[in-house]
Design a binder for this molecule. Structure first.
Ligand code: 6R9
Length: 647
């Protein structure tokens, strides 16, 4: 951790929406009187029926309840599109940069967005989708993904976007869990010069879903796909015949907007539910202030719409603010390692928001990929998804930002809906590696293991003392799981699952997960998910999975596998298991290391001691700690002797 402090450059503070003094005053007001604060800021939306109640929140276990602006009505899509038509109909809303740099970029104005989303909404209606129905979106990073999301919002359907890198099985699980009526996909997904057969994946998934689930196929590459008559529909055919106008549905503030599946420390991924108004107030307000967004600027978040970052900071936040949001279909390293910087150059990007893992990968390719591009339009840089190491931070600041762009290191989660801890460019002196200070209305605390609040400089777990409008409301179909995951261990708080340190200046340094969730290239993965994929293989008797430090990915996936009696541990089998996990979950879950484990370290009650497995994976075997409670301490010696570090 570094002690360096990077002051706010005067030219950044100048004209920023929030300076240091304003931050202190607004932050204090937001904590002292949250009702007054959010009563004022909730009005940033256009309401159909304005709210009279600001909040109705109880963190009291087990009767947790969270409501914001509960008696107001509005429509999210109208707030992201219609209300901008008066003043910015011709301004670009979505700037689409395709995977292939030879293919032309598209500038979609707010007027065009309005027409496209209205049409899409009418297509959904034609297929029988109604208010409250669930629609799964399995699309590449193309404008149709944003149209589909906004079309659902327009008619009050609840979308659940599934990252296009997920396998057919993962897709089927999500379709079934939320009871979706319709899946929206594309023929193929081009990415990095390769193409994923999305429609084929969706076909495989739907074999595991109810017969009544329909499939809407958007044309992306035009390649041939198989077709199931009566179940499959071409988007373009229907779009050509529907009405062009679609009146936005009047939605209650607390009607669900979307479900997004995310990994936890146990069991299957859970469907995080976000509702309409509070989510949009929070996403738009954080987008405006954390990125100091100014009218007319091109803003680029490199995430995928399959993750929460894509929801809040490609689609909902920027569009609610009338911004120009860049959507990029490709990858940072194709056709070469200058792709990101060429896009910044070509589209004169002012604000650039990406993940540390991408920065580490690009840093390794050398500075020449950057210096040949004109990055002079860049004003603000951001990171999200995992802690950023000081080397990557310094490189980002010096080489990409030429030492003049503040870096906003934004800490938040799928569950939080928007950024909770982050610098504000015009207000917060930076410390490389620290997410710095809380956003308005966010009251973080550091707790010890017993749940006591620690004062001043402290290390412990990060919890939030009170609700903010963007907070998730429940787990789809399982409110008890919501309560037990986030509110049981530390009563009266929202428990984040992250560890953290607060320094003498009140800055927060996130140290990573304290549960069995690992963070691979900024993607969250439950070790339990990888384990259950492994044990589903007929040759595997038992498996334990932990994270270990990885230079590029942040964390890598280290698997200990015990084979069935009589099965030979061969290199071919190692590859087979690795491919197996890849097809069961998706490429992001592919194991980095598989170590054969004749036995796993267990307590006498049969609990796997992950602490020990983590140490071996981290190659920190001098500090294995107390192994006396193990049923068979000898297994540890075998694992240490045969660890990947000893090979
Ligand atoms: C937005 C997003 C959430 C987990 C979170 C934490 C890690 C995210 C971070 C960060 C350190 C940051 N995380 N941002 N850690 N510094 N700036 O990433 O959501 O996919 O749900 O992941 O990611 O561990 O708990 P999600």
């Amino acid at each position: 951790m570094s002690d360096t402090v990077v002051p706010v450059p005067p030219e950044v503070a100048n004209g920023a929406s929030i300076d240091a003094e304003k931050y202190e005053a607004m932050y204090k007001a937001s904590i002292q009187d949250p009702v007054k604060f959010w009563d004022d800021h909730g009005r940033r939306l256009d309401w159909i029926r304005p709210y009279s109640t600001v909040r109705n929140v109880s963190y009291s276990y087990p009767d947790v309840q969270i409501e914001w602006f509960g008696d107001g009505t509005m429509n999210v899509a109208a707030n992201c599109i219609d209300r901008h038509l008066e003043n910015r109909a011709e301004q670009t809303a979505i700037l689409f940069e395709p995977d292939d740099p030879e293919e032309e970029a598209q500038h979609i104005s707010y007027a065009q967005l309005h027409a496209e989303v209205s049409k899409f909404a009418n297509v959904l209606k034609t297929l029988g989708v109604r208010k409250g129905d669930r629609v799964v979106i399995y699309l590449p990073m193309i404008p149709a993904a944003a149209y589909a999301m906004l079309a659902c919002a327009r008619i009050g359907a609840i979308h659940s976007v599934v990252f296009a890198g997920f396998s057919p099985d993962a897709l089927a699980d999500r379709v079934n869990d939320c009871g979706a009526k319709l899946v929206i996909t594309a023929d193929h997904a081009p990415r990095g010069g390769r193409s994923t057969p999305l429609k084929t994946n969706a076909d495989k998934a739907l074999r595991r879903c109810g017969d009544d689930v329909k499939l809407l196929v958007v044309r992306r590459t035009g390649e041939q796909t198989t077709w199931v008559e009566g179940r499959d529909f071409h988007y373009e055919t229907l779009a050509a015949i529907v009405e062009p106008e679609c009146k936005p549905e009047e939605m209650n503030a607390e009607d669900p907007l979307f479900i997004l599946y995310t990994s936890g420390s146990t069991g299957k991924p859970k469907g995080v539910v976000h509702t309409s108004a509070g989510y949009l107030v929070y996403a738009s307000m954080t987008h405006e202030h954390v990125f100091d967004y100014r009218d007319g600027e091109v803003y680029w978040c490199t995430a995928d719409v399959g993750w929460v970052t894509g929801h809040s900071y490609i689609v909902y936040g920027p569009l609610a603010n009338g911004a120009t949001t860049l959507m990029f279909e490709g990858v940072p390293t194709w056709p070469d390692a200058s792709r990101f910087w060429q896009v910044v150059d070509k589209h004169k990007v002012s604000i650039f928001y990406t993940a540390p893992t991408a920065l580490r990968a690009l840093m390794g390719k050398g500075d020449q990929w950057i210096t040949k591009c004109d990055l002079s339009t860049l004003r603000i840089l951001g990171t999200v998804g995992e802690p950023i190491n000081p080397e990557a931070w310094n490189w980002y600041h010096r080489v990409v930002g030429k030492g003049k762009c503040p870096i906003v290191d934004t800490w938040w989660q799928t569950e939080t809906g928007g950024i909770l801890i982050s610098p504000l460019p015009g207000a917060t002196p930076l410390k490389p590696g620290s997410a710095t200070r809380p956003f308005f209305g966010v009251n973080p605390v550091v707790l010890d293991d017993q749940g006591n609040e620690l004062e001043g400089e402290a290390t412990g777990v990060l919890a939030i003392k009170d609700s903010w409008p963007g907070q998730m409301r429940t787990v789809w179909g399982d409110h008890a799981r919501f309560v037990s995951t986030y509110f049981e261990m530390f009563k009266g708080y929202y428990f984040s699952g992250d560890g953290c340190r607060r320094d003498a200046d009140g800055y927060y340094w996130i140290t990573g997960r304290v549960d069995d969730v690992i963070n691979v290239s900024g993607h969250r993965m439950g070790t339990a998910e990888v384990e259950s994929a492994l044990v589903a293989h007929e040759k595997v008797a038992e498996a334990a999975v932990v994270g270990y430090p990885h230079d590029i990915k942040g964390q890598g996936i280290y698997c200990y596998v015990t084979l069935m009696e009589g099965v030979e541990p061969t290199e071919a089998l190692r590859k087979e298991l690795s491919d197996w996990v890849r097809t069961e979950i998706g490429p992001i879950a592919k194991p980095d290391v598989i170590q054969w484990a004749p036995g796993l370290p267990k307590t006498r009650s049969g609990k796997i001691m992950r602490r020990i497995l983590r140490k071996i994976a981290e190659n920190d075997t001098g500090a294995l700690g107390d192994t006396s409670t193990l049923a068979d301490p000898a297994v540890v010696d075998d694992l240490v002797a045969n660890s990947a570090h000893k090979q």
